[in-house]
Design a protein around this ligand. Sequence first.
Ligand SMILES: Nc1ncnc2c1ncn2[C@@H]1O[C@H](COP(=O)(O)OP(=O)(O)OP(=O)(O)O)[C@@H](O)[C@H]1O
Length: 322
Amino acid sequence: MGSRNRTDEIDVSQLDERLEREVEKAGVKNCCKILLSDPSELRKLGNFTEDDIELLKRLASSTVLHSEFVTANETTSVYAARWKRISLDCPVINTLLGGGIPSRGITELYGSSGAGKTQICLQLAITVQYPEEHGGLASGCVYICTEDRFPTKRLQQLLPLFPRNRIFDPKKLEKAADRIFVDHIPDVESLNECLSKRLPVLLRNHKIGLIILDSIAALFRSDYTNRQMVQRAKDLRTVGSLLHKLSSTNNMAVVCVNQVTDSLDTNQTLPALGLVWANMVTTKLQVKIANPNGRQFLVVSSPDVPTGSCGYQITQGGIEGL
Ligand SMILES: Nc1ncnc2c1ncn2[C@@H]1O[C@H](COP(=O)(O)OP(=O)(O)OP(=O)(O)O)[C@@H](O)[C@H]1O
């Protein structure tokens, strides 16, 4: 590969005078911004026609790619700024996760009862509020409970203990509980309504970096009979698509807690809800009680982090990798 002469901005002199003026006025010269924005977003910024947008995208892509080879790492670096991670304020688990929970797609957290799924979610509901330089998104969290009531007492117990090691002024987390928006959802229909109607309104008024659904299995395991499996598959796909859309349009993380099911054929412990749901998940994490004294946190699959595991314990102060 020869030397690179890449620029982050399009060369506006290649556009006609009118479009050049519009681009200058709208301030959209950054290639990443042009490529990652959808046409409706660009139209909001300036007086662009469909042809203008097509032209701008072509110019941006040829500026970024030139005619040279581009490595996979370089391509993903375009997205790196957009796909962030939420730290768990635990160096061991953060290392395993490549920095934390990705703000991209659906992260499934599955494990048996008592393994610590809710404890991890509570911790994330706090750490997402950390400033970006300390691994958070400086944003609030939406916590959707489907089974048990929201564990307010446990949250109040954890809050004064964060940030760990006082890595920044704890005063910044003084109102953390107010930035956790809790909803209790009894059935699939209410979940759809929450995701498609209520949440978008909330997102317009509050900066939200994380949606937690605790748990997806509770709704889909109980609401359907064996004869309604086709409908269940359709409903799962609808919920999965809504969550993906929320994640990508708002650049936020989605964590879905799932229960487990034991496969008699393979003697394996698998996440509940079968293949339809499994195909909608981006990152799979498992927590398990390995023996009476030991718990294990596993990255089962991820698009950008190797599989791996570590031990962890649950203390008064939350989850800690070992
Ligand atoms: N204050 C605390 N100090 C130490 N450990 C605690 C504390 N609170 C909870 N735990 C541990 O967390 C475990 C429960 O974790 P959690 O509620 O997250 O499980 P879960 O995986 O969500 O289970 P379920 O699927 O039944 O909801 C308890 O078994 C207990 O060991």
